[in-house]
Unconditional design. Structure first.
Length: 473
């Protein structure tokens, strides 16, 4: 692939370099030969992975961490205005670049697939990255999670395709102009940035408007995605490909056959759906190495996008079988004393319900125990009741305090909103304020054959290994 280091990004400094999106961009720039530096609040495996690529990573935020010769400072929307490195950049006159602009510059010159939607972005982007790599196409990719195989969330490839996760949370995906865009679903989330569904649709419409003439929009079966497709259907220069189980779908899912922690999926492509001479109309069956109907839909959307990039559908479907998961998306952390511990990033009620239904099916007659950590005060304020209702799918749940991330507390908003709703829905829930107590509590509850699911977008993921260690004692 032709792209090198974008102008003015040969010596970038990343504030919050350990974040999923920021670290991916930093890795790609380092692999392209840039002199990359940055800072993060704490040590992590991501920091070590960056150092292995020659990146300078400082721990903590301080003005002196910003080198005098930095060509730009890269920030995300989570960086506060009073950050000392940001203040130092202003003193030195160093340009400040938003993460989305940095990623957009990296994609320039490549055939780009951007994956958007309220849920499923990371999984679908990962499926494409793995499948394209399996076919020898050597794609570049930037993902919000680490692939199970390569163990990384980003890579600079020499091929002609760049696959990127497109984040709607702060409207940053409006900076991209993909040849093929996937919109899996559209729901109200990120309540600090969006006040209504109308604002959400307007944001997604702005994203779709950046698809160039002759490009493609792949939409999932979700009602919000179909509504978006209807709103942008006036564009005659845009091909819209619908994916789903209904008869009108261009890429139709004919069957999903669960098989433990995998699924066998059969799809058919309508005539003309594939480009580059790929025939439609036939049936293709392949294996998805994660359970759940929603992951089968993600795989079908990935198949549709690849077909629009000229890749033979049958070859791409076979390559999708190589996908073995991504960190925190129903990731098996291990087994001890006959108990399997699985990690889920789900934090929105729709995601929670989908993952809990998938695990419920995989569990069969076994019990499903959940450790749930709510993410963000604003999300809990708006959706706490629905979160509690989702937990009724588990046999028993521990509910932790809210993980604040970038937010300040909201008076009256606590995990009680969730536990009260869960109890009303018939769920067996226990509030736990001390996270350190969870491994012991789970070890006391679990029996051989049970499944334990740690769920949430915060640091609840750290509990998996600790629970396994406690079960082993």
């Amino acid at each position: 692939m032709a792209p090198g280091i974008p102008h003015a990004m040969d010596r970038p400094h990343f504030i919050g370099i350990g974040g999923a999106g920021m670290s991916g961009i930093a890795k790609i720039l380092a692999q392209r030969g840039a002199k990359v530096a940055g800072s993060d609040a704490r040590e992590s495996a991501t920091a070590e992975a960056l150092r292995a690529l020659g990146v300078t990573v400082h721990i903590g935020h301080a003005a002196e961490h910003l080198a005098d010769d930095a060509s730009c400072v890269v920030v995300s929307s989570a960086i506060r205005a009073d950050n000392p490195e940001l203040a130092r950049a202003a003193e030195l006159g160093v340009p400040v670049v938003h993460r989305s602009d940095a990623l957009a510059s990296l994609m320039h010159g490549a055939g780009t697939i951007a994956v958007a939607g309220t849920h499923g972005k990371t999984t679908t982007t990962s499926m494409l990255a793995v499948a394209l790599s399996e076919l020898g196409l050597d794609p570049s990719y930037a993902i919000g999670g680490d692939l199970a195989g390569p163990g990384t969330n980003a890579r600079h490839g020499e091929g002609e395709i760049f696959v990127a996760e497109a984040d709607e949370s702060d409207r940053s995906f409006q900076k991209y102009d993909p040849d093929v865009a996937i919109v899996l679903n559209v729901e109200l989330d990120h309540h600090a940035n969006y006040a209504s569904m109308d604002e959400i649709y307007e944001s997604f419409e702005a994203f779709v408007a950046k698809i160039p003439q002759g490009g493609t929009l792949v939409v999932g079966e979700h009602s919000g995605a179909r509504e978006l497709a209807a709103r942008v259907a006036v564009r005659e220069d845009l091909t819209i490909v619908r994916v789903g189980e209904d008869e009108a779908a261009d890429v139709r899912i004919l069957a999903i056959r669960p098989n433990g922690m995998t699924s066998e999926v059969t799809v058919s492509l309508a005539e003309g759906t594939a480009t580059g001479g790929g025939a439609g109309g036939g049936e293709i069956t392949f294996t998805v190495s994660v359970p759940g109907r929603h992951y089968a839909h993600n795989a079908a959307a990935a198949l549709a996008a690849g077909a629009r990039m000229g890749i033979a559908p049958a070859e791409l479907a076979a390559a999708l079988t190589a996908y073995t998961g991504v960190g925190r998306r129903l990731q098996l952390k291990g087994e001890a004393a006959g108990v399997q511990v699985i990690d889920s990033y789900a934090h929105h009620p729709t995601e929670m319900t989908a993952d809990l239904e998938a695990m419920r099916a995989a569990a069969g007659d076994r019990r499903l125990l959940v450790v749930f950590q709510p993410h963000l005060f604003s999300r809990t304020q708006e959706l706490g009741s629905e979160m509690g209702q989702a937990l009724a799918l588990a046999d028993a749940s521990l509910v932790l305090d809210i993980y604040p991330a970038r937010e300040d507390p909201i008076p009256g908003v606590t995990s009680v909103l969730i536990t009260d709703a869960a109890t009303a829905a018939g769920a067996r829930v226990t509030p736990v304020s001390d996270k350190k107590a969870v491994p012991g509590l789970i070890a006391g509850m679990a029996a051989p054959g049970d499944l334990v699911l740690t769920m949430g977008a915060g640091d609840v993921t750290d509990l998996g290994p600790r629970i396994l260690a406690h079960l082993s004692d």
